[in-house]
Design a binder for this molecule. Structure first.
Ligand code: 5GP
Length: 113
């Protein structure tokens, strides 16, 4: 069965897609937590960081480099942004398909809630 994010990548669920290549897809979050809130997802349905494997090393590097590129392209690089990966219940994960949040357009608090 496809994950929610696989369905978005397959255009079975609509989303505002801002970047896509053979390995990742980035789209605007449906419930934005900042003026800019994009989710970038590996097309391979790795459930979460805890289940990533050594063979995913290049994919994970690509994900982060493209997250930075998307942040740059959406105008966040000058003022800064936050990348977030939630893992498991206490991490706040709600969709079991690894993804990195790109948040920007406002000043982020620390520590996070
Ligand atoms: P998590 O809580 O797992 O770290 O992040 C999942 C994110 O996916 C949430 O920020 C949530 O708003 C977003 N999301 C859930 N369903 C959809 C959807 O159907 N479309 C889009 N664009 N984002 C979604």
């Amino acid at each position: 069965m496809k994950t929610l994010f696989e369905k978005i990548a397959a255009r079975e669920i609509p989303a505002v897609i801002v970047y896509e290549d053979d390995f990742v897809i980035a789209f605007r979050d449906i419930n934005p937590q900042a003026p800019t809130h994009i989710v970038i997802v590996p097309k391979k349905p790795v459930p979460r960081m805890a289940e990533a494997e050594a063979e995913d090393q290049a994919l994970l590097g690509h994900l982060l480099l493209k997250a930075a590129a998307v942040a740059e392209e959406t105008g966040l690089a000058k003022t800064g942004y936050r990348l977030v990966i939630n893992n498991g219940p206490d991490g706040g994960e709600t969709v079991p398909h690894l993804h990195c949040h790109i948040l920007g357009g406002r000043h982020m608090q620390w520590p996070p809630g």
